[in-house]
Design a protein around this ligand. Structure first.
Ligand code: DOR
Ligand code: ZN
Length: 343
């Protein structure tokens, strides 16, 4: 008999859907398997006001394929001009689920991010008051800091001071890539959570650089050495409620990836659950998959887990090497290992 594994329907706590044709091309891969997703606001121009978030939410809802049930959980992009009252009103109306902090220049479309953290203190104070979580892209942008150290330095220089200044502020360390981040989460209370991507559970920096440069494995934060990947695997498969899935699935066309200065991002929406089932099975932790994909995230955000379920079947999944979009092909993340579970 075919082996199956049923879990509550997952949510993705960190997702890039983009807009327009790209949104319509990539959303079906998420809405097929996921009930909800935290939608990143790094559009051009970014989603900075409640009005922007409302309009973007409506465009996403209009792009959901008929028959799929999917709820976009909107975020605002924190700038030095963000108005605490606008944030509070958007939260009170149920429009937004989090605010996203990008250090200025840290990654794709982050030019409007924060340089002077004292300028966002009033917004953070308001968020701590109303219980609205802050999602952080945890990398410093100081050019003198090595790119492989930028997450660890962010913890010391930015994150820890913010959390001390705003006790009670709920913070998600997004797409963590180091044992330093795992250790920091483990050393603190449940006001702190962390998302882990599918790809950072699979690749280390050798995948990007050994035997020729592999632009499709380049993302930010960049994958680190193997010891860090193993620390992420241990955290994700532990069942610890502070760690949950945020795929950071980030579509870029091949034309934009395969450049002398290519874009950062791995498109994992099309095969994420197959890869995760493989990872958890390899680590003898299939029984912890549901906590990571479907229980810990809602608990952190104060939401109920989904009632619906999804059944993984032990069969070789079929997914395309790339998806076609009107903007050009987008390569699907290659896990570089056979996959044995399909949804
Ligand atoms: O690899 C990444 N891609 N990391 C980010 O932080 C942004 C994302 C994107 O928007 O493409
Ligand atoms: Zn992201």
């Amino acid at each position: 008999m075919t082996q199956t594994h049923t879990i509550r329907r997952p949510d993705d706590w960190h997702l890039h859907l983009r807009d327009g044709d790209m949104l319509r091309a990539v959303l079906p891969y998420t809405s097929r398997d996921f009930a909800r997703a935290i939608i990143m606001p790094n559009l051009v121009p970014p989603v900075v006001t409640a009005a922007d978030a409302r309009a973007y939410r409506d465009r996403i809802i209009a792009a959901i394929p008929a028959g799929d049930e999917f709820t976009p959980l909107m975020t605002l992009y924190l700038t030095e001009d963000t108005d605490p009252a606008d944030v509070a009103a958007a939260h009170a109306e149920g429009l937004i689920t989090a605010v996203k902090l990008y250090p200025a220049g840290a990654t794709t479309n982050s030019a409007s991010g924060v340089s002077d953290f004292t300028k966002v203190a009033k917004v953070l104070e308001k968020m701590a008051d109303i219980g609205l979580p802050l999602c952080t892209h945890g990398e410093v942008t100081d050019p003198s800091v090595d790119i492989f150290d930028r997450e660890a330095v962010f913890i010391d220089r930015v994150l820890d001071p913010i959390r001390r200044d705003h006790p009670g502020l709920r913070v998600v360390m997004e797409h963590i890539t180091t044992s330093d981040a795992v250790d920091y989460v483990m050393a603190h209370d449940s006001t702190l959570g962390a998302t882990i991507t599918t790809h950072h559970l699979v690749i280390n920096r050798n995948h990007i650089l050994v035997g020729g440069i592999k632009p499709h494995y380049y993302c930010l934060p960049v994958a680190k050495r193997e010891t860090h990947r193993l620390a992420l695997r241990k955290a994700a498969t532990s069942g610890d409620a502070r760690f949950f899935l945020g795929t950071d699935s980030a579509p870029h066309t091949d034309a934009n990836k395969l450049l002398p200065c290519g874009c950062a991002g791995c498109f994992t929406a099309a095969n994420t659950l197959s890869i995760l089932a493989e990872v958890f099975e390899q680590d003898a932790a299939l029984d912890k998959l549901e906590a990571f994909t479907s229980l810990n995230g809602p608990a952190f955000y104060g939401l109920s887990p989904n009632e619906a379920t999804i059944t993984l079947v032990r069969e070789t999944p079929e997914y395309p090497p790339h998806i076609d979009t009107p903007d050009g092909p987008v390569t699907v993340f290659d896990p570089a290992m056979p996959l044995n579970w399909t949804t």
